[in-house]
Design a protein. Structure first.
Length: 94
């Protein structure tokens, strides 16, 4: 099975070096299609993440643009960061 660029970068080296490999030779600004391909997600998911602020981007008219280095930094800061969930009745096991 062939690994995607994303999987190869993450699995081969953790941290900054892996992200450097993932973003190597990418243009300074990325389109939605380029981000979707880079992250191995759908275009629709990319639009949702942009609208929700999960990934940084700029909407100019009807077109979204992502600054390569801002996306890289966002990923670096969020790498393997566990999220803390509030414990409530929904989280209890029966």
């Amino acid at each position: 099975m062939q690994l995607s660029t994303w999987e190869t970068a993450v699995n081969s080296v953790r941290g900054t070096e892996g992200l450097d490999a993932l973003f190597a030779d990418r243009p300074e600004t990325l389109s939605v299609d380029e981000v979707a391909l880079l992250l191995n997600i759908s275009r629709q998911n990319t639009y949702s993440w942009l609208r929700d602020g999960v990934i940084p981007g700029y909407k100019i008219g009807n077109t979204w643009r992502v600054i390569r280095d801002e996306l890289k930094e966002t990923m670096r800061l969020g790498a393997n960061s566990p999220t803390r969930r509030a414990h409530g009745k929904d989280d209890e096991e029966d």
